[in-house]
Design a protein around this ligand. Structure first.
Ligand code: ADP
Ligand code: ZN
Ligand code: ZN
Length: 741
């Protein structure tokens, strides 16, 4: 006899499918199963269901008694998978993510699945095909025109057959090239398993003492959760540590997942991994087509993919045989998704590693203050690499005070002389300016009018449009709006419009004139949209003397062994930003870009040009390095009650006018009442109060204890969805926001 207060187990005959649908509603939806009582084996399978007049694809989150009785429930159309796509650890971790982000489970599941699977298409086959040179191809390869695509493809196959996936990563447009070579009988297509497989692994350098200690710590941890911060200066051999740890993981028959920032996933880096590990390396990044993404996901799900290297969303890769997770450049902001489900891939990697019982390695030359704090508290093992590996030397840093000095395109004569000297000595120069476009402002010299974005500015808060295209176009960096530069001032009619200040375009223009005999290459989001176009640009740049001008896209990625001078000319803006993470970001950017100099045998120098040579941040960084800066900054965060000493969540709302978002957030504040242990700030206009025509308002929740913050959100989120005010606004919750914008 069951105790009177126990929950009755539903009779099998009344069990229904409880489905998580990709809708912004914090609940599951019940459906009758088409073939009798719902089978618990369906949990984690995708299911197609009717929803109003539409059909949706969701994931079975549970089977059980329907929440509101079985009468009137609609019948599911079909369960789409024979075996659950989301199962075991991944299923559980995603449930955790939904709770932690206070996000609907259906939206979290949809975020985790590749778009092809989200649409309900079958899990793709992973039988892969490879291409290899024929005997004739081996003989004819060097006769193909140098630099042509067929030649590059043939060269790529010279040391063995390659998977089609691998080819897609290394030779763009390889399919057309393959067709033309195949017609001539020079290459052939074979199942990947029979191809003369990946080259045997090339041994790496012998680890130095600090590397050996780090590798040893990882190998010792083996099959248990062990978070580790690999804190090593640029070029100290962190990637070598990853490679050896992955090799150990493979030797134990386990899968390794490596997360890298968007910009770090270069063909160069993948080639290094493939060569060193001697197994196929599966890449997951934003340039992949839908099918290819789903194929890699499926290969991981089947346990066939042993090494997966990917950007943010790769953190959702199924890992049935997990052995290791690596997060490279763990401080990088690209790990945080800024819309939809606002997850942080680094943090979710830790959660998954814990659930999987495997070590997780966070690597960086400039660790986030959160991670450093966790290392200090002993929550993470702190592995340090203090010196550059091999023969490379740390670059010397020197500050140029440019107050009252004449500048050309924002560059001082001293800096230009140093550049000339570096080029004359056969080196390459990088000019770092974190502002793309031609000039940040367009000014009327007669009346003082400046160009503003009509969709972002307010009278109290103006947003200048950036001048682009050599002075012909205006562009808003906040909403993307574009318009031509007007022929005359719209206010006074004078022909006196002048671009003010310097962006990368203008610096490029100036340098191309000033150093007419070397190539000048600009790298920013305007010049390179795709990863492989950046790679092609840098390949073309070669190792001859030349100048690169760019934004933080250049702070990481492609290795430039001949780079001997880094000139930093645009960081002053960041020194005075109000955002609590602004200093951390500037410091990381400076250290990372400085780390590009002198990566090989030639020593490097960093010249930092500023109007604020006495700024404490610069002083501390130059005298004490990143860790000295981090120590000071952590003390300030503690005093001011900011993360990692407090936990934040930001409720954002926006609408065409400011009243509905304010009313919604006021109602939210009312629901929160005086939640124990939570401080409320707002509703207040966002630091950027208007963007793309929308008025933006926010309510900040701050708590010393993470628990209090989540208890407060748990209590109100379902009621927020039900508020009448919620229907008049777009709103979102951001737990652990990266910035407060
Ligand atoms: P990081 O990832 O920290 O920037 P890398 O692993 O890319 O550093 O190493 C930087 C350079 O030093 C690479 O060219 C690498 O091959 C080399 N290197 C790394 N470890 C060693 C070592 N123990 N001995 C010699 N060279 C090394
Ligand atoms: Zn004017
Ligand atoms: Zn705008």
């Amino acid at each position: 006899m069951p105790a009177p207060d126990s929950v009755p187990i539903p009779a099998a005959s009344t069990r229904v499918l409880r489905v998580a649908l990709p809708l912004p509603l914090p609940r599951l939806f019940d459906y009758r199963s088409a073939d009798g009582p719902a089978d618990p084996a369906a949990i984690g399978c995708r299911v197609r269901v009717p929803f109003g007049p539409r059909e949706l694809v969701g994931v079975v989150a549970d089977v059980g008694a329907p929440a509101d009785g079985i009468d009137g429930l609609r019948e599911a159309i079909a369960v789409l998978d024979a075996a659950p796509l989301l199962r075991g650890e991944l299923f559980d971790s995603l449930q955790w993510l939904a709770r932690y982000n206070h996000a609907p489970l259906g939206e979290v599941f949809a975020t985790a699945l590749p778009s092809m699977l989200r649409r309900g298409e079958p899990l793709p086959e992973t039988d892969t095909w490879a291409w290899q040179l024929t005997e004739a191809g081996l003989a004819a390869r060097t006769g193909l025109r140098a630099g042509s695509r067929p030649r590059r493809l043939a060269d790529c196959l010279a040391d063995g057959g390659r998977d089609e996936d691998a080819l897609a990563d290394t030779v763009d447009g390889w399919r057309a090239a393959a067709r033309s070579l195949a017609v001539r009988g020079l290459i052939e297509r074979v199942p990947a398993t029979t191809a003369s497989q990946a080259p045997t692994p090339i041994p790496g350098p012998i680890a130095n003492d600090e590397q050996a200690a780090a590798i040893d710590a990882l190998v010792q941890a083996r099959q248990q959760f062990a978070p580790m911060l690999l804190d090593g200066v640029t070029g100290s051999g962190k990637t070598e540590v990853y490679l050896q740890a992955i090799a150990d993981c493979l030797a134990r028959g386990r899968q390794a997942l490596v997360l890298v920032p968007e910009i770090g996933l270069t063909p160069q880096m993948l080639a290094r991994f493939r060569a060193r590990l001697g197994v196929p390396v599966h890449a997951l990044h934003s340039d992949l087509g839908d099918t290819q993404r789903a194929r890699v996901w499926a290969a991981a799900w089947r346990g066939e993919a042993r090494v997966i290297v990917g950007t943010r969303s790769a953190v959702f890769t199924p890992l049935p045989d997990a052995g290791l997770i690596v997060v490279d450049e763990e401080h990088d902001a690209s790990y945080k998704q800024q819309d939809g489900i606002r997850y942080n891939a680094r943090d979710f990697a830790l959660v998954r590693a814990k659930a999987l019982g495997v070590p997780v390695l966070l690597g960086s030359a400039t660790p986030s203050l959160e991670s450093l704090h966790n290392a200090t508290l002993g929550r993470y093992a702190h592995l340090r690499l203090h010196k550059r590996a091999g023969v490379a030397q740390a670059p010397s840093v020197r500050v140029i005070d440019v107050r009252k000095r004449p500048l050309q395109a924002g560059l001082s004569q001293q800096l230009l002389d140093a550049m000339a000297a570096a080029l004359a000595a056969g080196g390459q120069v990088l000019v770092f300016k974190n502002r793309r476009g031609y000039a940040p402002v367009l000014l009327c010299h007669d009346c003082g009018w400046t160009a503003h974005c009509q969709r972002c500015s307010t009278p109290a808060n103006s947003t200048a449009m950036t001048v682009h295209a050599g002075g012909r176009r205006l562009q808003c960096h906040h909403c993307g709006a574009r318009r031509p530069v007007p022929p005359a001032c719209p206010d006074c009619g004078a022909l006196a419009l002048q671009p003010q200040g310097n962006g990368t375009e203008r610096i490029e223009e100036f340098l191309a004139q000033h150093f007419a005999d070397v190539p000048v290459l600009r790298v920013d989001r305007g010049s390179t949209r795709r990863r492989d176009s950046l790679e092609a640009l840098l390949d073309g740049f070669g190792t001859q003397p030349g100048i690169l001008v760019g934004t933080q896209m250049l702070a990481k990625g492609h290795d430039l062994p001949n780079l001997t001078l880094v000139a930093v000319v645009g960081i002053d803006e960041g020194l005075f930003s109000a955002d609590f993470r602004a200093h951390e970001k500037v410091a990381q950017m400076l250290v990372q870009v400085a780390g590009r100099a002198g990566r090989a045998t030639r020593p490097g120098a960093v010249w930092l040009q500023t109007h604020h040579p006495q700024h404490p941040l610069l002083q501390t960084l130059i005298e004490g390095g990143y860790h000295a800066f981090a120590g000071q900054e952590l003390a300030q965060r503690e005093a001011a009650g900011f993360p990692p000493f407090a936990h934040l969540a930001l409720l954002r709302a926006e609408a065409a006018s400011a009243d509905p978002p304010t009313a919604f957030l006021q109602a939210a504040r009312g629901l929160l009442g005086d939640a124990a242990g939570v401080d409320l700030h707002g509703p207040l206009p966002a630091p950027m109060p208007r963007r793309a025509g929308m008025q933006r308002v926010q309510l900040l929740l701050s708590a010393i204890e993470r628990r209090s913050l989540h208890a407060a959100l748990d209590a109100i989120v379902p009621r927020l969805h039900a508020l009448p005010e919620a229907r008049k606004v777009r709103w979102s919750i951001d737990v652990d926001p990266l910035d407060l914008y």
